[in-house]
Ligand binder design. Structure first.
Ligand code: ANZ
Ligand code: ZN
Length: 942
C-alpha cells in the first residue's frame, strides 16, 4: 500500500475529470434534470479566500449526490466581473479594466479547479464579455420598449469619494456601503427600472417558493406591503371659506377617533399652496430648509428625537369626530411614502406619541388591548366583567402577587364583578377576600383591557373585560383568610424585577411599567373606545366600516421604490440608448448590439458627475438610428446588479448568439432547483433577479414566473478570533496554501465540518488536522478489507441514512461527524467487509472526491465513483436499531419520537420530553404520571 499523497492524487483526477468531461451537463437529455446554482463570484484582485468556497463546496456535495441519484446535473460557474474595485484599480495603475479582469478570473479559475469542484466549465460566463452583455443590453431594451425603463430627475445618494450615485440599499447608516464615506443628496437625471409595477406579484408569489423563512421575510420586509386606507381631512381657514383637503395614508383607520393632529411631510405640495394662509411662514421655511440636508435614512431612524413646526393659521377637521385639529409639518413624515401626510394617533403610534409628548398635543386612547393567552381552540368563550388590581406594599417597593396552588400561575389580584356592583368596589372586595388586607387607597385607574385565556381551575375559555386599578395599602392590618382561599393561592410580596420574570398573565405587566414612568403606547389591536358608535367593536373588524363612515377608500401601499438603474462610471454595461435632438431617446437597433465599451485612457469619473465615457467624443457622437441626424450616445452605464439579474438563464445556453438562451434549453433547465448564496444577497439580488425573470415571463421568454424553486443561505467564514477576513487585518487564509499542505479533500471536509452551515464560524488552523487524519485513516483502511467478510451492516446503513438526510438539510457538519464516527468504529475491527467499505466510499465521495476516486480505482473499478449510484439504505436493517414510537398526551397521540430498543425507560422519557410538540403541550402542566409501553408508546397524563 502506498502512502496517501494528496498532491499526486488530486492533480491526476482533476485532469482526468476535465478530459472526460464527466461533469458536463447534457442539454435536453431524457434524464431528470437538477439545476444547482451558487452566486457567481466577483473576481477581485486578491484572489479567493477560504470563505468564498463555503457555498461552492456545499453545492458541489449536493451536485455530486444528485448525479449519483441519477440526475442530469447542471452546476455552472462564471464571473460577475463588472464593478468598482476593478475600476478603481485601473485608475490607480493605468491598466485596462478588461485586462485586470482577465488576470483575476484566471487566478480564480485556477483556484477553483484546484479544489475539485464539479462545475461544467464548458458553460463558463463572464458578465464583462461583450457576447454576454449584448444580452444584458438587449433585455434592458425590452424594459425600455415597454416603458419600464425610464429617465427621471431624482434626488440620489451621492458618494463624494467614489463619485457614484448609490441606491438606498447601498447606503448603510448614512454612509457608502463600499467606502464608508458620509453620503450626500444630489439631484440628477437617472435611469429607473419600474420594479414597483411588480411589487404585488413579487410579494404574493413568495407563497409558492421554497425559500428559508428568514429569506422570505427579508423579501417581504423590503417590498413592505401595507394594507390600509386613504382618508381625506378637510382644511378650514379662519376667514375665507375655501374648500381644501389633505389626503392621508393610514394602516390603522380604526384609530381615527384618536387622531388629534395631522402631519405633512415638509416637502408636501400643500404646504406651499397654503402659504398665504399660514401665519408663521418664516419658521416653516426654515424648517423645510433644514430638512433638505437630511437623508431619508436619517429621517427614518426610529429613536431619533422628533422635530416639527405647526402650520399656524389653519386647522383640519377630523372626519370622524368633526373636531378641529392642528396641522404640523415634521421630517418623520416622508413625502415619498403613502400620500406624504398622516393622521397622528399619539395614543397608539410610538412616533406620534413621542411627538405629542414633546409638543404637548392631545392624546386620546381609543383602543383597549385584548391579550390572547393560549385559549383552548375547541372551546367557546365565556364573557366576564372583571377587575385587575396592583397592590403596593404600605412601606416597601413591593407588590402583592398570588401564587396559585393547583395551576402554575402567578398573577396580581383578579376577580369577577358582581351584577350591580361598581368596579372599584369589586376591586376592594376582591383584595380583601383574597389577601385579607383591609385598608386601601386608590392611586390610579388605568384604561380597561381585555383578555382571552383558558381558565385552568374552571376549565373554561374566558373573555374577560378588565377594569384596572392601582392601590396602595395604608397599613398592614390583615384578617385571617378563609380555609377555601388558602387552598387556592398563597400571597407573595415581589419586586418589579421578580414580577417581570414570573408573572404568567399576558399584559399584566403593562400597567406596572406604566406606573414606573415607562409609559408606552399600545400599538396592537383590541376593542374600540372613545369612538362614538363604534365603541365596543373589535378594532380589526371595524376597519372597513370606519373607512366607509369617513368616506375614505381602502389602499395598498408598498415601501419598494423604483430601482435607480444608472451609474456614472466606466466599468459597466453601456446603456444602449441614443439621444437625438429630433427623435428623442432612441433604442440602439438590435443588430448594433452590443454597444461595446470603448477603450479609454482615463477612467477617472468626472467631478460634474458624468461618466468618463462622456469625454470620448468619437464614441459619443453618432447618427440617430431613426433620422440619421446628429445624435449622442447615452453615457451612463448599468449598476453591477444588472449582469447578475439573469445570469442563471445564460448558463442553460451560454454560447447562443441568436438569443439570450434558446426556448428549448430554458424549458428543460429552468427553474433553478436549488440556489444557495450568502446571507447578504438574499434581499436585493434575489429581488432584482425575480423581477427580471417575471418581466421576461410576461414577454413569454422564460417558461416559469419564478426563477428559483428553492433558496438557502449560509453564514460567513471568519478569520481567527471571529473577525471578518480582510486584507487590512492580515487574517486572510488563501485556499492555495491549504490545498498544498493538506490537500483539497481536507480543505473541503474541514469547510463543511467547522460549524453549522447557516452560522458564521471562525477559521482555525489547528482544527484542520482532524479532517486530514480522518482521510489518512480512510486511506489506510484499504489494507484491512476482506472480500467475503460478513460485516455488521447496521453501522453503515445507519451512516448512509444519516449522511443522506444531513446533506439534504445542509447539516454538513453532522454529516462529516457521522462519517468520522463510522471510521472510528470500524478501525477497531481486525478486518472490514469490502461491501461496507465501498458503500462508505460512496457517501464520502461528495465531500472528498479525489481520495475516494483513487480508492475506487484501486478496488478495481473503471467508472468514476461519481457515476456510481448513491447507496440506498436498507430500512429493515435500520429499523432493528431505530424505532419510532408514539407519544400520547392524555391518551391522544401528539408526537412521534425515534428511540433505540436498548434505550431504558428513563432515556425514552427524556427523548419524549425533548420533543417540541410534547414540550408545547405539557409546559406549565402538572404532570401526574408517565406510562411507557416498551418499544410501543409513551403516555403522559396530567
Ligand atoms: C395612523 C396610525 C395609527 C398609524 C396607529 C399607525 C399606528 P407602514 O406599516 O410602515 O406602512 N405613515 C403613513 N405615511 C407616512 C409617511 N409618508 N411618512 C411617515 N409615516 C407615514 O406604516 C403605515 C403607517 O405609517 C400609517 O398608519 C401612518 O401612521 C404612517 F396607531 O396612521 B398610521
Ligand atoms: Zn433622430
Amino acid at each position: 500500500m502506498k502512502e496517501y499523497d494528496h498532491k499526486k492524487i488530486e492533480k491526476k483526477w482533476q485532469t482526468i475529470w476535465e478530459k472526460k468531461g464527466i461533469y458536463r451537463a447534457q442539454n435536453n437529455s431524457k434524464k431528470k434534470k437538477f439545476y444547482n446554482l451558487i452566486e457567481f463570484p466577483y473576481p477581485s484582485g486578491d484572489g479567493m479566500h477560504v470563505g468564498h468556497i463555503r457555498s461552492n463546496t456545499a453545492m458541489d456535495i449536493i451536485s455530486r449526490k444528485r448525479r449519483m441519484e441519477g440526475f442530469n446535473v447542471l452546476y455552472p460557474i462564471g464571473w460577475d466581473a463588472f464593478g468598482l474595485p476593478t475600476e478603481n484599480y485601473a485608475i490607480k495603475t493605468g491598466k485596462q479594466p478588461a485586462v485586470i479582469t482577465k488576470k483575476n478570473t484566471d487566478t480564480f479559475r485556477r483556484q477553483l479547479q484546484s479544489i475539485g469542484f464539479s462545475f461544467d466549465w464548458s458553460r463558463e460566463i463572464n458578465t464583462t464579455d461583450p457576447k454576454y452583455y449584448k444580452w444584458t443590453q438587449w433585455i434592458f431594451l425590452q424594459f425600455f420598449k415597454k416603458g419600464l425603463a425610464y429617465k427621471a430627475k431624482m434626488t440620489i445618494n451621492w458618494c463624494p469619494k467614489d463619485k457614484i450615485g448609490l441606491a438606498n440599499e447601498e447606503v448603510i447608516d448614512g454612509c457608502c456601503e463600499r467606502c464608508g464615506t458620509q453620503v450626500e443628496q444630489r439631484e440628477k437625471e437617472q435611469w429607473m427600472l419600474a420594479i414597483t409595477k411588480y411589487a404585488d406579484r413579487l410579494y404574493k408569489d413568495l407563497d409558492d417558493v421554497d425559500y428559508l423563512p428568514q429569506i422570505k421575510l427579508g423579501q417581504r420586509n423590503w417590498i413592505g406591503k401595507s394594507e390600509g386606507a386613504e382618508i381625506e381631512f378637510q382644511i378650514e381657514f379662519p376667514d375665507v371659506q375655501r374648500p381644501n383637503s389633505v389626503k392621508i395614508f393610514t394602516t390603522r383607520p380604526d384609530t381615527i377617533f384618536g387622531a388629534t393632529y395631522l402631519v405633512l411631510a415638509p416637502e408636501h405640495e400643500l404646504v406651499q399652496k397654503l402659504k398665504s394662509q399660514i401665519t408663521n411662514w418664516k419658521e416653516i421655511e426654515n424648517y423645510i430648509r433644514e430638512t433638505k440636508n437630511k437623508t431619508e435614512i436619517e429621517r427614518n431612524v426610529e429613536d431619533k428625537i422628533k422635530t416639527g413646526v405647526e402650520l399656524k393659521g389653519i386647522k383640519a377637521v377630523n372626519p370622524a369626530t368633526k373636531k378641529e385639529i392642528p396641522i404640523w409639518i415634521a421630517d418623520y413624515v416622508l413625502v415619498t411614502y403613502g400620500t406624504g401626510a398622516i393622521m397622528a394617533v399619539p395614543a397608539h403610534d410610538e412616533r406620534d406619541f413621542a411627538f405629542a409628548k414633546k409638543y404637548d398635543l392631545e392624546i386620546i386612547n381609543v383602543i383597549e388591548p385584548v391579550y390572547i393567552d393560549r385559549p383552548k381552540e375547541d372551546l367557546s368563550f365565556i364573557e366576564r366583567e372583571a377587575i385587575h388590581a396592583i397592590v403596593k406594599h404600605w412601606k416597601e417597593d413591593k407588590y402583592l402577587a398570588l401564587k396559585w396552588k393547583k395551576v402554575n400561575w402567578l398573577t396580581f389580584i383578579t376577580g369577577g364583578v358582581e351584577s350591580g356592583e361598581n368596579t372599584k368596589d369589586a376591586a376592594i372586595r376582591e383584595i380583601q377576600e383574597e389577601t385579607g388586607y383591609q385598608n386601601l387607597k386608590l392611586i390610579k385607574e388605568f384604561p380597561r383591557s381585555h383578555s382571552k385565556f383558558y381558565h385552568e381551575p374552571k376549565k373554561e375559555n374566558r373573555f374577560a373585560h378588565f377594569s384596572n386599578f392601582y392601590f396602595q395599602l395604608i397599613n398592614d392590618e390583615q384578617k385571617e383568610l378563609s380555609q377555601e382561599e388558602q387552598e387556592i393561592h398563597e400571597l407573595r410580596w415581589m419586586t418589579t424585577q421578580e414580577l417581570e420574570k414570573e408573572m404568567t398573565i399576558g399584559g399584566a405587566l403593562r400597567d406596572l411599567e406604566n406606573l414606573q414612568g415607562k409609559e408606552k403606547t399600545y400599538s396592537g389591536t383590541g376593542i374600540l373606545t372613545n369612538s362614538g358608535k363604534f365603541d365596543g367593536f373589535d378594532s380589526e373588524k371595524a376597519k372597513k366600516e370606519i373607512i366607509k363612515f369617513v368616506g375614505g377608500k381602502e389602499k395598498v401601499t408598498f415601501k419598494l421604490r423604483d430601482w435607480i438603474f444608472s451609474r456614472q462610471r466606466y466599468w459597466g454595461e453601456p446603456i444602449p440608448v441614443i439621444h437625438c435632438e429630433d427623435c428623442g431617446m432612441v433604442p440602439v437597433p438590435e443588430k448594433d448590439l452590443p454597444v461595446e465599451l470603448p477603450k479609454v485612457k482615463n477612467y477617472q469619473p468626472t467631478d460634474s458627475g458624468e461618466s468618463p465615457l462622456a469625454n470620448i467624443s468619437k464614441w459619443v457622437n453618432v447618427k440617430c438610428p431613426k433620422c440619421k441626424g446628429k445624435a449622442k450616445r447615452e453615457t451612463d452605464t448599468m449598476p453591477n446588479w444588472a449582469g447578475s439579474s439573469w445570469y442563471y438563464l445564460r448558463y442553460t445556453d451560454s454560447k447562443n448568439n441568436k438569443e439570450f438562451a434558446s426556448k428549448k434549453n430554458l424549458k428543460y433547465w429552468t427553474p433553478v432547483d436549488w440556489y444557495n448564496g450568502g446571507n447578504e444577497h438574499t434581499t436585493l439580488h434575489l429581488l432584482y433577479s425575480r423581477f427580471w425573470h417575471k418581466f421576461l415571463f410576461d414577454l413569454k421568454l422564460v417558461p416559469t414566473s419564478e426563477p428559483y424553486k428553492k433558496r438557502t443561505s449560509h453564514g460567513m467564514i471568519l478569520g481567527g478570533g471571529g473577525v471578518k477576513m480582510s486584507k487590512s487585518l492580515g487574517n486572510v487564509i488563501n485556499p492555495d496554501d491549504i490545498v498544498k499542505t493538506y490537500g483539497a479533500d481536507t480543505l473541503r471536509l474541514y469547510e463543511m465540518f467547522m460549524g453549522p452551515f447557516n452560522q458564521s464560524v471562525a477559521w482555525s488552523e489547528e482544527a484542520i488536522i482532524g479532517p486530514r487524519r480522518f482521510l489518512e485513516r480512510v486511506w489506510n483502511l484499504q489494507s484491512k478489507i476482506q472480500k467475503n467478510k460478513k460485516y455488521n451492516e447496521f453501522e453503515i446503513e445507519k451512516a448512509i441514512k444519516k449522511v443522506g438526510e444531513d446533506i439534504e438539510e445542509m447539516k454538513f457538519n453532522t454529516a462529516v461527524s457521522t462519517l468520522m464516527i463510522f471510521i472510528n468504529e470500524i478501525s477497531k475491527l481486525e478486518s472490514i467487509s469490502q461491501m461496507a467499505y465501498e458503500k462508505f466510499l460512496k457517501i464520502l465521495s461528495p465531500f472528498a472526491p479525489h481520495i475516494t476516486e483513487e480508492l475506487w480505482q484501486i478496488l478495481g473499478y473503471k467508472k468514476s465513483i461519481n457515476q456510481e449510484s448513491w447507496p440506498v439504505f436498507d430500512l429493515s436493517k435500520i429499523q432493528d436499531f431505530e424505532l419510532k414510537i408514539a407519544v400520547q398526551i392524555n391518551g391522544k397521540v401528539k408526537a412521534e419520537i425515534m428511540i433505540s430498543p436498548e434505550d431504558d425507560e428513563e432515556i425514552v422519557k427524556k427523548k419524549a420530553f425533548a420533543n417540541e410538540a410534547v414540550l408545547r403541550h405539557t409546559s406549565g402542566k402538572d404532570i401526574k404520571k408517565v406510562f411507557y409501553v416498551k418499544n410501543r408508546l409513551i403516555n403522559i397524563v396530567f
